[in-house]
Design a binder for this molecule. Structure first.
Ligand SMILES: Cc1cc2nc3c(=O)[nH]c(=O)nc-3n(C[C@H](O)[C@H](O)[C@H](O)COP(=O)(O)O)c2cc1C
Ligand code: SF4
Ligand code: SF4
Length: 256
């Protein structure tokens, strides 16, 4: 069983890759589970349990934290539980935050993995060039191939982490809370009214009013999915995104 969350497709790709290469792995979208309040899960004998999600401000996306806080996971034997984070730069304290949250649910995190993938945070940075992005995606797939074998062998390679990462993550999480405020979103005039932003928002923060998106919640996960996936780059956050490019993993791009 793999619990996953993804804003722009990197973690979705990683979760699907593992699921397709390890037999009988069910994929569960943590955001959907939170929306539907589905928190009870049972692991079959020998079944592994994975958490796959992106690093946000050195920690977990808010919706992942909310899911784990309510999770009720049962099994007849001690399961092999692993977490895989995808990130643009480094894992920070994300895996330690998950570990602490799982401890509170009496779930032991057995193994941790990290995979560098293209950075999607266009609120702060321009995405990499297409050539660099291609290289990072190829390297990520090689890394995932290794990780599948490690999961099959029930190994725990671990992800490098220092006490400084924990301190930095604590500070960064304050910034994350601020950035989650939806007041900084704006829309340009070229909206085609396709409704994709409303459909993909993991926390139903967007509603279409007169064929244009309106943010109906004061806070969101800040997954940047709406910004990156709008087909006409109509959605802005603050003042910098207008001049920046966009990033979406090929797994979410419309087939040509
Ligand atoms: C709100 C936000 C915060 C982020 N913070 C970090 C970070 O602290 N460190 C990092 O390496 N990458 C950071 N990133 C980049 C993502 O972790 C990375 O691109 C990830 O693979 C995106 O996964 P997804 O496509 O499944 O959403 C951040 C992205 C977002 C949207
Ligand atoms: S995804 Fe973009 S074009 Fe489509 S409704 Fe939303 S803002 Fe408009
Ligand atoms: S409003 Fe946009 S950035 Fe916020 S959670 Fe929804 S899709 Fe993600």
């Amino acid at each position: 069983m793999i619990f996953y969350f993804s804003g722009t497709g990197n973690s979705l790709f990683a979760a699907k890759y593992i699921s397709e290469n390890i037999q009988d792995e069910v994929l569960i979208d943590m955001a959907q589970a939170v929306r539907e309040e589905n928190y009870f899960y049972f692991l079959k004998p020998e079944e592994t349990c994975g958490f796959v999600f992106p690093v946000y401000y050195g920690g977990m996306p808010s919706v992942v934290a909310q899911f784990v806080k309510n999770l009720r996971l049962t099994s007849d034997e001690v399961p092999y539980v692993y977490a895989l984070v995808t990130y643009g730069g480094k894992a920070g304290g994300s895996l330690q935050s998950l570990q602490a949250a799982l401890d509170r649910r009496y779930i032991n995190l057995t193994a941790t993995f990290g995979v560098q993938m293209p950075d999607n945070y266009v609120v702060m940075y321009n995405p990499s060039t297409p050539d660099k992005t291609k290289v990072v995606l190829v390297d990520a797939e090689d890394e995932l191939e290794k990780i599948v074998k490690q999961i099959q062998n029930r190994e725990n390679p671990g992800v490098p982490h220092t006490p400084v990462d924990t301190v930095v993550t604590t500070g960064m999480q304050i910034a994350y809370r601020m950035m989650r405020k939806t007041a900084s979103f704006s829309v340009d005039d070229n909206c085609i009214g396709c409704g994709l932003c409303e459909k993909i928002c993991p926390v139903n923060a967007i509603e279409m009013v007169d064929y244009k998106p309106v943010w109906v919640k004061s806070e969101c996960v800040h997954c940047v999915g709406c910004i990156n996936r709008c087909p006409v780059q109509n959605i802005q956050y603050g003042t910098k995104t207008k001049k920046r490019g966009r990033y979406v993993h090929p797994i979410l791009k419309p087939k040509e």
